[in-house]
Every structure is written in C-alpha cells, then in structure tokens.
Design a protein around this ligand. Structure first.
Ligand SMILES: Cc1cc2nc3c(=O)[nH]c(=O)nc-3n(C[C@H](O)[C@H](O)[C@H](O)COP(=O)(O)O)c2cc1C
Length: 214
C-alpha cells in the first residue's frame, strides 16, 4: 500500500469550480451559504456533513463527522447526544472547530467558535420531525458508552419501541447545539496548486479579512 499511496495524486486540472475566493464578499455567513448552495447544486455527496473537533480538559482532541441541520442567523445548528464523548467535551470546553470538505469543487471551509445547547423547544420541534426509527434509536443508544453486545442494543430498541407505541418524546439527553463562529477560512483549490485561502477573524464585532499563503 505505501508505494501506491506515495504516488497517489488526484488530478485537479479538470475540476469545475464556479468561482474563486475573490467573489466571497465581506460577510462570511453569506459566503458560507453561497458555497453551500453551490456544493448542493454540484451534487456533492453528503454536502452537509462536517468534521467536528472537540477538546477534553486534558487537551485530548477528538474528531467525528456530523450533519449540519441549519444555519440559523449567525449559528450553525447540529444535533447529537449531550452525554456522548463530544457532549462531555463540549460541556467542559465550548470552543470547537467545524470542517467542511467538498472534493468535487476542491473547496474546504474551516470554522471555529463556541457552542451552546439550543432552546429545548427548538430541539423538540426537530426531534418530532425525525423518522420514528431515529427517535427510538436516540433513546436506545447510550452514545459513546461501551456496548456489551449488539443484542443489547437491539433489546434496548425493542424496549423503547414498546414504551412509546405512539408519539416518541425527545430524550432529555438528546438535542441541538449552536456554534457561533469567530473564525472562518475558505480554501479554494487551484489547478496550479497555488491555492486560494481567505480568512475572516471576528475582532471587536468586526470581521478582519485576510488572504493566507496556501
Ligand atoms: C455521514 C455521517 C453523519 C453523521 N451525523 C451525525 C449526527 O448528525 N449526529 C450524531 O450524533 N452523530 C452523527 N454521526 C456519527 C458520529 O460521527 C459519531 O460516531 C457519533 O456522534 C459519536 O461520536 P462521539 O463518540 O465522539 O460523541 C454521523 C456519522 C457519519 C459518517
């Protein structure tokens, strides 16, 4: 594998990107929305998937993929289990990073900021819109805890399926988080390999904009 890996190189010459970073403007939220719409229009797979990195109190960093469910005003909303590994990290260290990668457009967006749980009523409304299997799964899975056997998970699923024959209430340990960014970086790959980077850093309520070396 290692010989093959060393030689592995995607051909970036013919990817089709609609515009470069010069069109991003001065509002990073609008810039994000535009790039997200372009990723969706280009049929990027799982365009709303991002990597969330969190830190534990002893600075052990962990990353996992989640789905972005909404950009609400200036907050990026995602849903998960509050007692999970990431939930425990966030409860003690609210600074996190988010990373989107859209390979078909050769684009990456880095976002950093602080996360807070969202209002229970908003989590309730989103939970109610989920398929029943996902709702029961949120009760059945003690996300990130050791699972003695898969049968145990299935038994938990069947237990909650019977507990809630009709409407499934939202588990108190499951809900949304809102990330409020204080940093964005947009990266646009270029066939020349002189890639474009543009950063937005929030200082005293003003976005400081810079180009970065690739
Ligand atoms: C494409 C994809 C989307 C995912 N979306 C979510 C999500 O929205 N919420 C979630 O809790 N886990 C999601 N997961 C699972 C997480 O990556 C992770 O395994 C889980 O949240 C447990 O992470 P933790 O133990 O670090 O807390 C997703 C995984 C993949 C591959």
């Amino acid at each position: 594998m290692s010989e093959w890996l060393k030689a592995y190189r995607e051909n970036h010459a013919d990817f089709d990107h609609p515009s470069g970073i010069e069109t991003l403007g001065s509002d990073p939220f609008i810039a994000f929305s535009n790039w997200f719409d372009q990723a969706a229009a280009a049929q990027e797979k799982e365009a709303n998937a991002f990597v969330l990195s969190t830190a534990s109190p002893d600075l052990r960093i962990s990353s996992r993929i989640l789905y972005l469910k909404e950009l609400h005003g200036k907050s990026f909303i995602f849903y998960t289990n509050y007692l999970s590994h990431k939930g425990q990290d966030i409860s003690r260290q609210e600074k996190v990073s988010m990373l989107f990668f859209w390979p078909g457009l050769m684009r990456q967006i880095r976002i950093e900021g602080r996360v807070q749980p969202i209002d229970a009523a908003i989590s309730d409304a989103y939970f109610a819109s989920r398929p029943r299997e996902s709702q029961i799964g949120a009760w059945a899975s003690a996300q990130s805890a050791v699972l003695p056997s898969r049968q145990e998970l299935i038994a938990q699923f069947e237990y909650y399926d019977q507990q809630f024959p009709e409407l499934v209430p939202r588990p108190p340990h499951w809900g949304g988080y809102a990330l409020q960014p204080d940093y964005f970086e947009f990266w646009q790959g270029q066939p020349s390999r002189l890639h474009d980077r543009k950063s937005f850093l929030l200082q005293d309520d003003v976005w400081q904009i810079n180009l970065l070396n690739p």
